[in-house]
Design a protein around this ligand. Structure first.
Ligand SMILES: [Fe+2]
Ligand SMILES: [Fe+2]
Length: 269
């Protein structure tokens, strides 16, 4: 069960403007990676909401029912704000609609049984939770970033941390019994890993190219540096990522309430 209060914060972020080009510390690669992830959110979060809400009737615990509602509100607002985000960054180059379509096409090929959809959502929620944790845990993560972009990413990170177990707690109620359920969860994580890493990279490369950074070799080198050396997000989160494959996994076995508390005050109305 969840360990943090899930509080939807209805905020509109001011992300448009020519001064926001290369908003991440003037670094086109860091900017394109984050923007590449942002492009996945509106479609992804809509899918997450649907897959969790589908099982609402199977839940009787009043606390979890409340958490589902709050999860739905948070993801709905994230989806709205990342749509605005994606519109704002499109001005700097890149066809957001076409990149978004790749994810829609990918989803159309998946097994769409409600149980598997929920397993996929749990896997993606683990991704967003560990990236959120990494962002909140490292004060220098967004060093030099435009303040409003830093604010939207911290806001999203706090809320992903708050609601990280909602999909998983529903999964624990409705999952297929025994090994079948475990294997479905593992399969879904392998799929989510391929799609998340693959599409963020694809989107980042496409954005870099459209923004005039046309040297593929240089982009590959700089992306690898960003992922594995500095800040080295992929290297840093590997352990917590692998924890998902343990049979007894639960998102709150990694208790990061301290981090949520640390940043919450900045968003109190
Ligand atoms: Fe979200
Ligand atoms: Fe989420």
């Amino acid at each position: 069960m969840g360990m943090a209060a899930i509080k939807p914060r209805n905020i509109k972020f001011a992300l448009a403007g020519e001064d926001k080009r290369n908003w991440f510390a003037g670094n086109p690669v860091a900017t394109a990676v984050m923007d590449g992830a942002s492009i996945l959110f509106p479609v992804g979060e809509t899918y997450f909401i649907e897959s969790v809400v589908h099982f609402r009737d199977r839940v009787s615990d009043p606390k979890l029912l409340e958490e589902i509602t709050a999860f739905q509100q948070q993801e709905g607002i994230h989806s709205r704000e990342h749509r605005r985000y994606n519109k704002a960054i499109e001005a700097f180059g890149g066809d957001v609609g076409r990149l978004e379509q790749n994810l829609k096409d990918e989803i159309a090929r998946w097994d769409d049984s409600p149980e598997f959809k929920l397993a996929v959502t749990c896997a993606f929620e683990h991704f967003t939770a560990i990236l959120a944790d990494d962002l909140l845990a490292h004060d220098d993560f967004m060093k030099g970033a435009d303040p409003e972009f830093s604010r939207i990413w911290h806001w999203h990170a706090i809320e992903e941390a708050e609601h990280k177990s909602v999909a998983y707690d529903v999964w624990n109620i409705v999952k297929p019994k025994g090994l079948k359920g475990y294997w479905m969860r593992v399969r879904a994580m392998m799929l989510a890993t391929r799609v998340f890493i693959g599409q963020v990279h694809h989107n980042a490369f496409a954005l870099l190219h459209a923004r005039g950074e046309t040297s593929t070799l240089r982009n590959v080198r700089r992306m690898a540096y960003f992922g594995f050396v500095k800040p080295g997000i992929l290297r840093r989160v590997l352990g917590i990522y692998l924890g998902y494959y343990l049979p007894g996994f639960h998102p709150w076995k990694h208790d990061n309430r301290v981090l949520i508390e640390k940043f919450r005050a900045a968003y109190e109305a």
